[in-house]
Write a protein that binds this ligand. Sequence first.
Ligand SMILES: [Zn+2]
Length: 169
Amino acid sequence: MASPIQENLVSKNAEYASKFTKGDLALPPAKHYLVLTCMDARIDPAAAFGIDLGDAHVIRNAGGSARDALRSIIISQQLLGTKEIILIKHTGCGMLTFSNEDAHGLVKKNLGPSAAAEIATLDFLPIKNLDDAVKGDVEYLKRSAAVPEDVIISGWVYEVETGKVRRIV
Ligand SMILES: [Zn+2]
């Protein structure tokens, strides 16, 4: 039995594949950059940030966290040749709404002591101030020995209310 979500995938994909013509793109991103942003459902990176298929890596996680994304960033740069990082967090981010204690408490309450023990040392990387979090992550990437000195790094905020980006750093 297919769930409604699975049915949607199958029907929409058939439609997409019937018109698909870009099967010959190269593996490394053609424009040699990566975008790191939040997993928030209201962000459409390709449309909002002007990314054509094959142009860039788009790395997404809760909050658009640089620390959380480091594994993918290293792979993007060292194996696939990207040389610029665009970091974009956003207004109304869920990561502004809870603390590590809250998240750990929820896991314990909803999933029980084994789950709580399993993730006892996990940092959920919540943020307190949006602009400061952008600056902090850009600083983290600039200081990281795992990110080459000559990589161009900028930090932005996307407004889910207006669809606009503004540069922070
Ligand atoms: Zn978010």
